[in-house]
Design a protein around this ligand. Structure first.
Ligand code: NAD
Length: 362
């Protein structure tokens, strides 16, 4: 396995920063887009993913095929496998790790709590151990989540707000991740950047997320469940388009600075950063549904029910001043535009026939 930068860059593509990046969770939604973007600008990329069955594994395999056709190799393996990670770091002198592998989703935590501990806590520690022992030590950019703001009702959320009231086990593991990465930064000199993503959506997205599952149900004429908060207030999310998130991830890699340790020993202070990556314009779920109805040209059958205590929070809204200032992060895609691109991808990927209301691919 080599993570060599492509010598021939496509005409007109951006100048690569010459990075050599291990992308964990590469067959996931965000991982696939980031790996492709890095490759496109000429950086070296190797992916790792355990292809778990949290959602349709065939979608992960299709993403892997897409990555393969762009020269990105994805190793099938678990980040808890320390020996595999050590081998990878032995073969490739990664300058950066973009850590996106995780058990995502707030509701599934009530069904399978152990999977969150496995991937988001034990897996993270296993990866950090491999990074601190690597020579050279890579800089780490990893996905935290807006869910760390939990029950905080002060909006927009800024990085300085309290994050000690998680509303789900998922959020708790992301918050723990911020603290765990801090200790590795402090003790071993690992450069760490944690990114608090706000509800990411787009083509090749996650079937467990509302915008995605709503799309299928609406097309099939099945009802969708729309949650409402206390006092009949609509839930709202700061939906952020995948291309904006990818730009934020790449800017974080480019500005990460170096880890300072070698062979597990710290040689000096290294950067520890946390940024919100959101869109700064929350949209209610009923509005999301009405945009989908317009693009799908089908009316939704809605069951509006009060939000059960399942880990969801009523409202998210990012303050992105810090990311704007330090990363040059500037989201440019409205929910209208982003959903249009998602729906176009969805109809084509699943081969939807508007005449017969059937899918060619399940
Ligand atoms: P995803 O589930 O599509 O991608 C995660 C990938 O990691 C999957 O392909 C999965 O197979 C892999 N994985 C999980 N556990 C693993 C393990 N132990 N070893 C190796 N691979 C493993 O999710 P996503 O939406 O692409 O999210 C990427 C990251 O961003 C995650 O850390 C997630 O928590 C975070 N995040 C996502 C959102 C969002 O709205 N999509 C919001 C906030 C934070």
């Amino acid at each position: 396995i080599r993570a060599s930068a492509s010598p021939r860059r496509p005409p007109g593509s951006a100048e690569g920063a010459g990075l050599s990046v291990l992308v964990t969770g590469a067959a996931g939604f965000v991982g696939t887009h980031c790996a492709l973007a890095l490759r496109r600008r000429g950086d070296g990329v190797v992916g790792i993913d355990n292809f778990n069955s949290y959602y349709d594994p065939s979608l992960k395999k299709a993403r892997r095929a897409l990555l393969g056709s762009h020269g990105v190799f994805v190793v099938e393996g678990d980040i808890n496998d320390g020996r595999l990670l050590a081998k990878l770091f032995d073969v490739v002198p990664f300058t950066h790790v973009l850590h996106l592998a995780a058990q995502a989703g707030v509701r599934y935590a009530m069904e399978n709590p152990a999977s969150y501990v496995h991937s988001n806590i034990a897996g993270l520690v296993s990866l950090l151990e491999a990074c601190k022992d690597a020579d050279p030590q890579p800089a780490i950019v990893w996905a935290s989540s807006s869910s760390v703001y939990g029950l905080n009702e002060r909006v927009p959320f800024s990085e300085a707000h309290r994050t000690d009231q998680p509303a789900s086990l998922y959020a708790a593991t992301k918050k723990a991740g911020e603290e765990i990465t801090h200790t590795y930064n402090h003790i071993y000199g690992l450069s760490v950047t944690g990114l608090r993503f706000f509800t990411v959506y787009g083509p090749w997205g996650r079937p467990d997320m509302a915008y995605f599952s709503f799309t299928r149900n609406i097309l099939q004429g099945k009802p969708i469940t729309v949650y409402r908060g206390r006092d009949h207030v609509d839930l709202a999310r700061d939906f952020t388009y995948i291309d904006d998130i990818v730009r934020g991830c790449l800017a974080s890699l480019d500005t990460a600075g170096r880890s300072t340790g070698t062979g597990g020993k710290k040689r000096g202070p290294a950067p520890y950063r946390i940024f919100n990556l959101g869109n700064t314009s929350p949209v209610t779920v009923p509005t999301l549904v009405s945009i989908l109805e317009r693009y799908l040209r089908v009316k939704a059958r809605k069951n509006v029910v009060e939000m059960p205590g399942n880990g969801d929070v009523p409202y998210t809204h990012a303050n992105i001043s810090l990311a704007r200032e330090q990363l040059g992060y500037k989201p440019t895609t409205s929910l209208e535009m982003g959903l249009k691109k998602f729906v176009r991808w969805y109809l084509s990927y699943y081969g939807y026939n508007r005449g017969t209301h059937t899918f060619r691919n399940s």
